[in-house]
Design a protein. Structure first.
Lengths: 218, 216
C-alpha cells in the first residue's frame, strides 16, 4: 500500500454516515474511494454541488457539472445544485461537518499553512480559508515530509490559512491530534514505531501510553 | 421585452477601464461568446472580478493573455501561469480574495449592504490593512462591497423577459453578480419563449437583466 492510500484509507474512517463533507483537490479527493457508497454521506464541491459522484464514463461528461478542480463529475441521487453564496453559506455557517484538506505545513499550535509559498507558488487561496474557518472538523491529509523536509513544524514559516487549530492530522506515518497542550500522537502508521515518528517530526509530540497502529479497513 | 444583441454590439458598450463582474468557475458558467467578442475588440485596462482566472486558453484567461486586464479581483489564479507571471512581473495587479469572502463582497454590493463581517482571513495576509471589528466578543474582518460597471453572466435558459435559469455547477457567481453591476448582459445556452421557464425555476428575475446575447 503506498503512502497516499494509507492516508486516504485512514481519513475515510473519520467520516460517519450522514455527514456533509468537502474534500480538497489532490490527495484529499482520494478519500472518497474508501467511503462506502451506502453510508448516506454527501460530498460537497464548493463550486456548487452537494452530492458529488464519481467521474463520468468516457464520452458521458456533462460540461456544466464539474468539481472544484474543474474536472468532470457526476451527481448522486438526492444531489442539489447551489450558487456560490449558498455553497459558502454552508461552509461558513457551520453546516459542513468535515473538510479534508492538503497541507504544506502544520505547526505545534495546530495551525495550517496550505495555500502559498511566497515568491514561488502564488495560486490563491480559493475556498481553503473559508473551509478551515467554517467547517466543524478540519482534517489535514498530507505526506509527513516533502522533499526530505518535515511538514509538521514548531511554527509555520509559510503564511497561515487560518488562525484555527485543526482537528486532526493524518500522514502515512502517524495520526496526530492538535490540542490546547500541543500535538498528541494518537496512532502509528503501519509498521512504524513511536521513535521513528518522533525522529521524522520537527514539532514536539506528546505521547501518552501505548500508541496503537492505525486501522485501515478492508 | 428584451431584445437580443450580437456579441460584438455588446462588446462595443464596454469602455476602456471598465470593471467587469464575470460569472463562472474555471470557465463553467462563463459567458464565452461575450468574452471572445471583448477579446476581439481589444478593449484594455479592464478590471476583472471573477472566481478565478481560468486557464490561458479559456474564458477570462484569454483576456489576461491578450493583455487587456489591468487588475483582477479573484480567489484563484493557480491554473493560469500567464497570470502568475504577469503578477510577479508587476504587469498586472491581482487582489486575491478568499472565495466565500469574494462572493459575499459582491452580494453586499448588490444587496445594498455596507460590507461583510467575516472571520475568514483573520491571522493571515488577507487581514493586512483591514479593520477588525469585535461583535459579541468575536473578532471579524470588515470586508468592503464590490460593484461593477457590467455583469457578464451565463445561464442555461433565458426568456425575452430576461429571466434566467441555471443548471448544475454553472450557477456559481452568476445569480449573485446579477445584482451588483450598473449594466447586466446575459448569454444563455438557449433562449426560450416567455412562459417556458416556470416562475419557480427563475433564479435571476428579468428585471435585473438589461441585455440578452442573441443565439449563436
Amino acid at each position: 500500500m503506498d503512502a497516499k492510500e494509507i492516508i486516504a484509507r485512514r481519513v475515510a474512517r473519520e467520516i460517519r454516515p450522514g455527514m456533509l463533507v468537502n474534500l480538497g483537490i489532490g490527495l484529499p479527493s482520494l478519500v472518497a474511494n474508501y467511503v462506502p457508497g451506502d453510508s448516506g454521506v454527501y460530498f460537497q464541491a464548493e463550486n456548487g454541488v452537494i452530492g458529488l459522484g464519481a467521474r463520468p464514463p468516457e464520452g458521458m461528461a456533462e460540461p456544466n457539472l464539474t468539481d472544484a478542480g474543474g474536472g468532470f463529475v457526476t451527481a448522486v441521487p438526492g444531489a442539489a445544485s447551489i450558487d456560490s453564496a449558498m455553497s459558502f453559506g454552508l461552509i461558513r455557517g457551520g453546516h459542513l461537518d468535515m473538510t479534508v484538506l492538503g497541507g504544506l505545513q502544520v505547526d505545534a499550535r495546530g495551525y495550517l499553512a496550505n495555500w502559498t509559498v511566497p515568491g514561488r507558488m502564488v495560486p490563491g487561496m480559493g475556498g481553503a480559508m473559508d473551509l478551515v474557518v467554517g467547517a466543524r472538523r478540519v482534517v489535514v491529509a498530507m505526506l509527513h515530509t516533502a522533499k526530505g523536509e518535515c511538514k509538521i513544524v514548531p511554527e509555520c514559516t509559510l503564511p497561515l490559512t487560518a488562525e484555527r487549530r485543526v482537528s486532526l492530522i493524518v500522514t502515512e506515518l502517524a495520526v496526530i491530534e492538535p490540542t490546547e497542550a500541543g500535538l498528541v500522537l494518537r496512532e502509528r502508521g503501519p509498521g512504524i514505531s513511536v521513535d521513528e515518528i518522533r525522529a521524522a517530526t520537527e514539532a514536539p509530540l506528546h505521547v501518552a501510553g501505548d500508541v496503537p497502529e492505525m486501522e485501515l479497513g478492508a | 421585452m428584451k431584445t437580443a444583441i450580437r456579441p460584438e454590439v455588446a462588446a462595443e458598450m464596454i469602455g476602456e477601464g471598465s470593471t467587469l463582474l464575470v460569472g463562472g468557475f474555471m470557465g463553467v458558467g462563463s459567458p464565452l461568446r461575450l468574452i471572445e467578442a471583448i477579446r476581439n475588440r481589444g478593449t484594455g485596462g479592464l478590471t476583472i472580478v471573477c472566481n478565478d482566472l481560468c486557464t490561458p486558453d479559456r474564458a477570462v484567461g484569454t483576456l489576461v493573455v491578450s493583455g487587456q486586464v489591468r487588475r483582477a479581483i479573484v480567489s484563484h489564479i493557480g491554473l493560469n501561469p500567464v497570470a502568475q507571471k504577469k503578477m510577479m512581473a508587476g504587469e498586472m495587479e491581482i487582489e486575491l480574495v478568499p472565495q466565500g469572502t469574494l462572493v459575499e463582497r459582491i452580494r453586499a454590493g448588490g444587496y445594498g449592504l455596507g460590507g461583510v463581517l467575516t472571520a475568514t482571513g483573520l491571522g493571515t495576509p488577507v487581514e493586512e490593512g483591514k479593520q477588525v471589528v469585535e461583535v459579541d466578543g468575536r473578532r471579524y474582518l470588515l470586508e468592503r462591497p464590490i460593484r461593477g460597471d457590467f455583469a457578464l453572466l451565463a445561464s442555461h435558459h433565458a426568456d425575452y423577459a430576461g429571466n434566467l435559469a441555471y443548471v448544475l455547477t454553472a450557477h456559481n457567481f452568476n445569480p449573485i453578480m446579477a445584482l451588483a453591476a450598473t449594466t447586466v448582459i446575459a448569454e444563455a445556452e438557449h433562449i426560450v419563449p416567455v412562459g417556458m421557464i416556470p416562475p419557480d425555476a427563475v433564479k435571476t428575475p428579468g428585471v435585473l437583466v438589461d441585455h440578452l446575447l442573441g443565439r449563436a
